[in-house]
Ligand binder design. Structure first.
Ligand code: SF4
Length: 365
């Protein structure tokens, strides 16, 4: 995808599992072929930024030599699927059946069509939008929702058949069709899910969740994290929603050392309530260094507020409404209350506004 800081590559790592060595190598390749920024997205995919027409192909070949990359229909399961003692059902077999059934539909299905199969354990995917969602209510019982409108309760076999029928209907309509075309639009309730930060129990061990600040790290920080994980004897990370990585069987000292490298290790960290793009430090459209500014303003953010710091009115890091949005403009900083980065700001602060002036505006906003 073309973005304001070059080409962006999204990597769907098979099973969302990476060894520390694989994570470190991808970070090294991101610096070699891109601008060195690596993101874990809100859905838990890896993204690499700043690639060029010339570097994309060598990057793709090098990455495929490091990890297996998934293609085809996006069928997502929670990050601890099959290894979560609290889940009502293991969603992986049903997800695998749906992937196999969808394979012949190929590119007649649009690339954004997403199926979520959620066993409802400690870390669910309830807060993430899906064209088709199957939510376990018991070992062999799934609630089917289309564009997040509940449709039916089904057995595992019935659920697979129903999803295939819906996907076939979407394929027949062509690659722009989405599940929202098949049902009347009704606003879905916003779901809040537990951030995957802190300690979680696995059937066979533990998982320690940490997050990339604002969803992104430079290659130096990620290479340092990979080396740290190796030193602590961690065998693998699982990619997780909300920009997180779950370190499997990490000793307690790992989180302390990861925090010292700048990673988010505490659910109360205000950076978890801030979205910010790279801004002028990596994007040609940016008026302000949004992520750098967000780091400085985080301590000023009231505990019950969410903030979006955007390099420009496009609002890439958080296209939806936010309680507070600080947006870079030609003439300074726009402050939008309960709106998007593209909305008319309630006030505009001068381009030479100090950090303390900006922090005061955030506190009062
Ligand atoms: S919102 Fe940020 S990343 Fe998107 S175009 Fe503007 S400055 Fe660039």
């Amino acid at each position: 995808m073309q973005t304001g800081d070059g080409l962006l590559a999204r990597l769907r790592v098979v099973d969302g599992m990476l060894t520390p060595a694989q994570l470190g190598e991808i970070a090294r390749l991101a610096a070699l072929h891109g601008n060195g920024l690596v993101e874990v997205t809100a859905r838990g995919n890896l993204q690499v930024r700043g690639l060029t027409e010339a570097s994309t192909s060598p990057f793709a070949n090098a990455v495929r030599a490091v990890v297996e990359i998934e293609t085809g229909l996006v069928v997502e399961t929670p990050p601890l699927a099959g290894d979560d003692p609290t889940e009502l059902a293991d969603p992986r077999p049903l997800a695998a059946t749906i992937r196999a059934l969808a394979a012949p539909l190929g590119e007649r299905l649009g690339p954004k069509v997403t199926v979520v199969v959620d066993g409802m354990g400690q870390l669910s995917r309830a807060a993430l939008k899906a064209d088709i969602r199957l939510t376990a209510s018991a070992a062999d019982s799934w609630a089917l929702a289309l564009a997040d409108q509940k449709q039916a309760s089904l057995s595992t076999d019935e659920a697979a058949a129903a999803v295939f029928a819906i996907l076939s209907e979407l394929a027949a309509r062509g690659p722009t069709a989405r599940a929202s075309d098949l049902v009347p639009a009704t606003p879905a309730a916003t779901q809040i899910t537990r951030p995957p930060i802190g300690s979680f129990t696995r059937r066979s061990g533990t998982a320690s969740g940490i997050a990339l600040p604002f969803g992104a790290s430079d290659s130096t920080a990620l290479i340092a994290l990979a080396a740290l994980a190796s030193r602590h004897g961690i065998g693998a990370f699982r990619l997780a929603p909300q920009h997180a990585l779950l370190a499997l069987d990490a000793p307690p000292a790992f989180a302390i050392d990861a925090a010292a490298l700048g990673f988010v290790t505490d659910r109360a960290d205000p950076r978890l309530r801030i979205s910010a793009c790279i801004g002028s430090m990596g994007c040609a459209s940016g008026h302000i260094p949004a992520r750098l500014l967000a780091e400085k303003l985080a301590p000023a953010l009231p505990a019950d507020r969410q903030l979006h710091v955007s390099g420009c009115a496009k609002g890439c890091a958080h296209p939806r409404r936010a309680a507070l949005t600080l947006v870079g403009r030609d003439d300074g900083y726009g402050l939008v209350i309960d709106g998007t980065a593209g909305d008319t700001p309630q006030s505009v602060l001068r381009p030479d506004a100090s950090e303390s002036v900006l922090a005061a505006a955030i506190r009062q906003g």
